[in-house]
Design a protein around this ligand. Structure first.
Ligand code: AMP
Length: 284
C-alpha cells in the first residue's frame, strides 16, 4: 500500500465506526458503495471532498439487494485496491463491515418504499429496492452524515433513497451526481468486468439508443411510444443485446408517459449474455 493509503482508516465494526467518527471534522460526506471502485465512485468521493470536511466511504456487498445467489457470489471484490483508491481521493474513513455487523443476529426489519420503487428495476428485480432501502437506512443511521452522494446512473435507486430518507426523517441530504461514462459512451459499472470482449464492443449500443432518443426529443418528438420504438430499434440492431425494458417515464414518479411534457427519464435494462446493464438519460 502507498503512503497516502495509510492515512485512510479502515473500520469494520459499528463500535469502531462510532469511535472513529467522533474524532473527525464535520460536515461529513458519505459515499455508500459495493466496492470494486471505479471512476464513477471517484466522482462521488471528489464531490464529497469538495463540499464536506470529512469523506466516509462504505464498502459492503449487500446480500439483501441481490436476487440470484450466483449474482451475489460473482459480484467482483478487491478491497485492498478499493482502499488505495479511497486514499487517493482523500477519504478519511472506510467502513467495510461483515454481513453480521450490518445485519446482526435477530435483524428483522425491511424498509419498503412505495410507488417509486415499483416499476422498472423494482418490477424486474423483486426485493431489490427493499434490500437497498434497508441497508441504506442502516448505513445512514450508523454514519450520521450531513450529505450522502449517489450516482444518477442508478436513477431509480436515487429516487427510492430520497423517498426513504424523507419519510424516515433521516437528516442526511441525498445528493445525485451525473453518470460517468467511458469514451465510447458506456456507463462505467462494476458489472462491466463480466462482459466478454465481444460484449464490451457491443455494449455502447445501450447509450447510443438513449442518445438517439434524446436527439429525437431535442428535434421536437414528444410521443413517448415513438421514443420507445427508436430505442428498441437501436438495441435490436445489436445481436448481442437482449433488452429487458425500454422506458419513457415521468422523472419524478417514474410512471410511463404517453406524451413527454414534464421532465422525463429515458431508461433501459439490457442483458449481454449473463451481464445485465442499466442506463438512462434525462429529458429536461
Ligand atoms: P455501486 O458500488 O455500484 O453500488 O455504486 C455505488 C454508487 O456509485 C451508487 O450511488 C452508484 O449510482 C454510483 N455509481 C456507479 N456507477 C456510476 C457511474 N458510472 N457514474 C456515477 N456514479 C456511479
Amino acid at each position: 500500500m502507498t503512503d497516502i493509503a495509510r492515512s485512510t482508516r479502515v473500520v469494520r465494526t459499528r463500535a469502531e465506526l462510532r469511535e472513529a467518527l467522533g474524532g473527525l471534522p464535520r460536515p461529513i460526506g458519505f459515499v455508500p458503495t459495493m466496492g470494486w471502485l471505479h471512476v464513477g465512485h471517484r466522482s462521488l468521493m471528489q464531490r464529497a471532498r469538495a463540499e464536506d470536511a470529512t469523506t466516509v466511504v462504505s464498502i459492503f456487498v449487500n446480500p439483501r439487494q441481490f436476487g440470484a445467489p450466483s449474482d451475489l457470489e460473482q459480484y467482483p471484490r478487491a478491497e485492498a485496491r478499493d482502499v488505495e483508491i479511497c486514499a487517493e481521493e482523500g477519504v478519511a474513513l472506510v467502513f467495510a463491515p461483515a454481513v453480521e455487523e450490518v445485519y446482526p443476529p435477530g435483524f428483522d426489519t425491511t424498509v419498503s418504499v412505495g410507488a417509486v420503487a415499483r416499476p422498472l428495476e423494482g418490477a424486474a428485480r423483486p426485493g431489490h429496492f427493499e434490500g437497498v432501502a434497508t441497508v441504506v437506512a442502516v448505513l445512514f443511521n450508523l454514519v450520521g452524515a450531513e450529505r450522502a452522494y449517489f450516482g444518477r446512473k442508478d436513477y431509480q435507486q436515487l429516487l427510492v433513497i430520497r423517498q426513504m430518507a424523507r419519510d424516515l426523517a433521516i437528516a442526511t441530504e441525498v445528493v445525485g451526481l451525473p453518470t460517468v461514462r467511458a469514451p465510447d459512451g458506456l456507463a462505467v459499472s462494476s458489472r462491466n468486468v463480466h462482459l466478454s470482449p465481444a460484449e464490451r464492443v457491443a455494449a455502447p449500443v445501450v447509450h447510443r439508443a438513449l442518445a438517439g432518443a434524446v436527439a429525437a426529443w431535442q428535434r421536437g418528438e414528444r410521443s413517448a411510444d415513438a421514443l420507445r420504438r427508436m430505442m428498441s430499434d437501436a438495441l435490436a440492431g445489436e445481436p448481442l443485446a437482449n433488452p429487458e425494458y425500454v422506458s419513457v417515464a415521468d422523472a419524478r414518479t417514474l410512471r410511463e408517459l404517453e406524451v413527454v411534457e414534464a421532465p422525463a427519464l429515458l431508461s433501459t435494462a439490457v442483458r449481454f449474455g449473463s451481464t445485465r446493464l442499466i442506463d438512462n438519460e434525462p429529458l429536461e
